[in-house]
Write a protein of this length. Sequence first.
Length: 428
Amino acid sequence: MKDVKEGDIVKIKTSDEEISGIILPSHEKDIVLVKLETGYNLGIEKKKIKKVTVTGHKKSESFPEADAKQKGNKPGIAMIVTGGTISSRLDYSTGAVKPLMSPQQLFFLAPKLFEMLKVNTIERPFNIFSENMAPKHWQALAKLIAELLNKKENKGVILTHGTDTLGYTAAALSFMLKNVNKPVVLTYSQRSTDRGSTDTVLNLTCAGYAALSDIAEVILVGHASPNDTFCYALRGTKARKMNTSRRDTFRPINELPIAEIYEDGKITTKSAFNKRDDKKKVIADTAFEEKVALIKYVPGADPKILDYYLSEGYRGVIIEAVGLGHVSVGEGKENWAPHIKKATYKGMLVCFAPQTIYGRLDPYVYASGRELLEAGAVYLEDMLGETAYVKLGWVLGHEKNHDKAKKLMLTNIAGEINKRISDDTFLF
């Protein structure tokens, strides 16, 4: 099997039968995956294979591209492609999922982009799935976006990204980009570009309108419903992926969307936002402390987990606490308060975010909350756990003083804290 490669047309002889098909990439080292003539895929244990004969090779199908030459006097934007489903397609000839060979292939799917704007530059700093994103990638993106925003010819920036950690990247860019002067639009696709039900077309089209708008913030643009009707523009620190596969997976948490964006270019604003100011100079402020952690409290959780992080040199943790901001303060080993007090005394910043997702923490309603507050826990009001994690790393990257860092965590920097939550934002 050493000389057999993906796309080879083969005949495989086992002790029981002879199988013809195309070799597919297999994620299991002991299994050979074959696409049969019927269209179905079959896994064959390597130990059962007696002989493999290669009879040919199936070339990958080409995917059409849009002509990159654009005519007319249109406003220009910059585009950054990082990977994810929006940058992938299924190769039906081999059955493998492939990255798009060039960003121009995306524009073939959304021709309205060319009708409304021109793409001055297409950047591809890396091509990875979003689960492989790390702080170093956020930092690289922030520096690149700042550079592109400060170019007069760019009216905005569109960033395509996988959905799984898109909320983290949106939050990171919200903190790392200072003096945002133009729209920074993050968009995605839940379904690959080759599928008829792909959300790429509407999301890219709406992202284009958003990039030309007056919304000078880091925003996430994507389907507002399962149908191809319109998109929401969501604040980067208040957007959360809420479903593994729905096209309208991203929802605003504890606030309304910034705007509704329609395929014809209509934009209906729903909440306040910072407005475009081309005179500002954007600064990439990317210092980040990676020794931070996000912990989800569960019943019976051992508070010694804080001792572990402390021993490993972590400078801060976010705990997704239950209810209004509670972890166990029971007797003996189940009491988290002494461990929080110890960690705080030794310089670790211990912050609480709501595990409920919606709503606000309040340490003053129950005695346990007051005890945890006195132990040193910092209650982050209505901040999302993912946003809190990113903010903690960013804050500790700038501030070593515990009290000053605590103050920064409670300061609304990029719309991550809402002092008032209206009832109509719940399950919006």
